[in-house]
Design a protein around this ligand. Sequence first.
Ligand SMILES: [Zn+2]
Ligand SMILES: [Zn+2]
Length: 315
Amino acid sequence: MPWLAIPFSDLETKKALSRKFDIEGIPCLVVLQPNDHKDIATLHDGVELIYRYGIQAFPFTKERLDKLHEEERQKHENQTLTNLLTNHDRDYLLGHPRTEQVPVASLIGKTVGLYFSAQWCIPCVKFAPKLASIYHKIKQTPIEKGDDFEEDFEIVFVSNDRDQEAFDSYFDTMPWLALPFGDPAVKELAKHFDVRDIPCLVILGPDGKTVTKQGRNLINLYKENAYPFTEARVELLEKQMDEEAKSLPRTVVHPGHRHELTLVSEGNGGGPFICCGCDEQGSGWAYQCLECGYEVHPKCVITSANPASTGNKDG
Ligand SMILES: [Zn+2]
Ligand SMILES: [Zn+2]
C-alpha cells in the first residue's frame, strides 16, 4: 500500500475506530472531510464510491456525488442499443460461425438480454444451458403483431473470459450473439450496469432502456414465462404464484432434508434465498427449515405426488 497505517500492535485505536464508525464488514473505507468539517457528513461507503466512480469520486463531497449521480441518471436516460453495443470501429456482433457479423441495427426494437458470463465461473457454466433452453422457447413463441411472425428476443454474450480460446469454446456452446472478446464495450457495459457478480442477465426493452438487471433471477423463477421481463409481467407472475401457492401444502417432507419444511413467502419469514435444490437464487415463495437455514423453491421439492419434479410446471 502506498499510504499510511496504524501500527499493528495498537489494538486499542483499531477497536475504537471500528466502534466509532460501526464497522461491520471489510473492506470498508470511511472518508473524513478536511478539518473534521461537521457540516459535511462522514462517508462510510468509500469502497462503493471508488468502485463506482474511481478517481471521479474525489473529494467525496455532497456536491461532487450529486453531480455524479445526475450524470449517471442522464446516461441511463439517453441509453440506446446502438450507444451501448457499438463503437466507432465496430457496428456488429458475432454470430455463428464466429466469423459471421450481425449488425447491431438488426436488434433495434427487440427485447435484448445482455449475458455477463465467463467459462471459468461455475455458476455461469451451470446457468448457460438453462438459459439456452429458455432462449429457444422464447424465440419460438410468436408475438402477436398483426399477422407477421416477428422474432422479438435476442441475447448478447458479454464475455469476462480470460483468453480468446476460452471465449471461443464457451461461445460455441451458446445459440445467441456475442460482443467480440476483449472489446472495450465489455468493460464499459459492466460499469454502466454496475455488474458485480456473474452470471448476470440485464434486460433491455425494445427502446433500448433497461428493463431489469434481475434477468437471471426471473429466468430461474419463471423460466420462459418471464419474457418480456417487464414490471407488469412480473407483477402478473407474482400474482399467479401467490394463487398457486394457495394450493401448496403448508408443510412438506423433502428427501433432500431431514426436517419437515414449511411454506414461507416474502411476507411471512421468507425473502431472497439460495435454493438448496438447484443452487440458484429464489425469492417469493419457498419451503424452509428455519432451524437449519435450509430453503428450496417450491418447484424444487420432490414429493411423492411429484416424484420427477424438474421444476417445469407447464411441461
Ligand atoms: Zn431451486
Ligand atoms: Zn432442518
